[in-house]
Design a protein around this ligand. Structure first.
Ligand code: SAM
Ligand code: SF4
Length: 355
């Protein structure tokens, strides 16, 4: 008799635990491990829901204020990150909305980087003010910069984002390279209207002499973009075939790599990659947890609801209780998203939770 998915989930979850690695008799970093044996060392933290861009697949009408913006303060972020770090989180990505619309984003970067145990501080940004801010972020300890650039063609960039700012964004990216920010990547959403040899060749040319990884993300269906998705979604195979035909080969993955498969080529300094959320096994290696800008723990981007942590993030909040609440929630992490069934959870758009 075959077990249902639900039963299998339940059985595995009952094995969820808060693991403590033991090496040579001494307790190493305690870790967060779910019922499927997945270890979480990576936190994606949204710091705002606000965005100043109007990307066609995300916020085509711009950011609409639905509730009083009451996003985590620097103090709350410090408490939160410190707790996750004691649970083994080593990398924190700041995202949104657009994280750089916060005036205190530089301070947030410094604070997160100063947290014992956190070796990598990353940001995902649309790059609108990158050229002005990157010196400060780099000095504050930023290690990983992801800039979203869907097209290297100025008119297409303008059409997709609502802003004619491609040159300014790319100037910021080049400044990050001058500053030797350790990891610089570009995120580009794969859209049917643009995907093809011409677009891929243009990005490849861009990375010929730059140590930048360009990662194409397959468009994801969200609550708000169903029609757009039907018109614009294209499978990652189109990129994979182009790369393989051109002599690009998949590279060995680092432990804290996300779900991207990156390709290298001897003639290019940079890399080209693909994030294919609809691909088989995409969730098997999930290594990230998310916290929303209002302080809710989300176990999956495409899940429902979230566990409120905010009451425990105040100055006198109970640290042990915060620790226990996070650990206790992990058993509820499902095996994977259900995008292929058209189920997107309660997420209307990625700007809402942090992509
Ligand atoms: N505003 C920042 C930015 O655009 O880089 C950070 C937040 S944004 C939600 C994070 C990433 O999600 C961006 O690279 C964006 O292109 C991507 N994204 C947004 N909506 C998406 C969708 N429906 N499918 C795939 N990627 C999406
Ligand atoms: Fe803003 Fe990023 Fe969404 Fe574009 S993808 S609208 S920049 S949050």
């Amino acid at each position: 008799m075959q077990l249902s998915h639900f039963q299998r989930d339940q059985d595995r979850r009952s094995g969820a635990r808060h693991a403590a690695d033991r090496t040579g008799g001494s307790t190493k970093t305690p870790g967060l491990v779910d019922g499927f044996g997945r270890r979480f060392q990576y936190l994606r933290l949204s710091v705002t829901e606000v965005c100043n861009f109007r990307c066609t697949y995300c916020l085509p009408d711009g950011y609409q204020k639905t509730a009083a913006p009451s996003f985590l303060t620097v103090g709350e972020i410090a408490r939160l990150v410190e707790t996750f770090a004691t649970l083994g989180v080593e990398k924190v990505r700041l995202t949104g909305g657009e994280p750089s619309v916060r005036r205190d984003i530089g301070e947030i970067i410094r604070q997160v980087r100063a947290t014992p145990g956190v070796g990598k501080v990353a940001i995902t940004t649309n790059g609108w003010n990158l050229a002005r801010r990157i010196d400060d972020w780099s000095a504050g300890g930023l290690t990983n910069l992801n800039v979203s650039v869907d097209s290297l063609e100025p008119d297409a960039f303008h059409r997709i984002t609502g802003h004619d700012r491609l040159a300014a964004v790319m100037a910021g990216l080049d400044r990050a390279l001058e500053l030797d920010v350790p990891s610089v990547k570009i995120n580009a959403v794969l859209l049917k209207s643009a995907a093809g040899a011409a677009q891929f060749a243009r990005f490849a040319e861009f990375v010929r002499d730059r140590p930048v990884a360009v990662r194409f993300i397959e468009l994801m269906r969200t609550g708000d973009n169903a029609d757009y998705f039907d018109a614009q979604h294209v499978g990652g195979e189109v990129l994979r075939s182009w790369l393989e035909a051109g002599g690009w080969t998949p590279r060995v993955r680092d432990r804290d790599d996300g779900p991207a498969v990156e390709y290298v080529h001897p003639d290019y300094a940079g890399r080209m990659g693909l994030i294919a959320p609809y691909g088989a096994g995409f969730c098997d290696g999930c290594n990230r947890l998310r916290v929303t800008a209002r302080g809710k723990l989300r176990l999956c981007l495409f899940g429902e609801g979230g566990l409120d942590l905010r009451d425990l993030l105040t100055g006198d909040g109970d640290r042990a209780a915060l620790h226990a609440r996070i650990v206790g929630a992990l058993g509820g992490k499902a095996a994977g998203h259900r995008l292929a069934e058209g189920l997107t959870g309660d997420m209307q758009r990625l700007a809402q939770l942090g992509g």
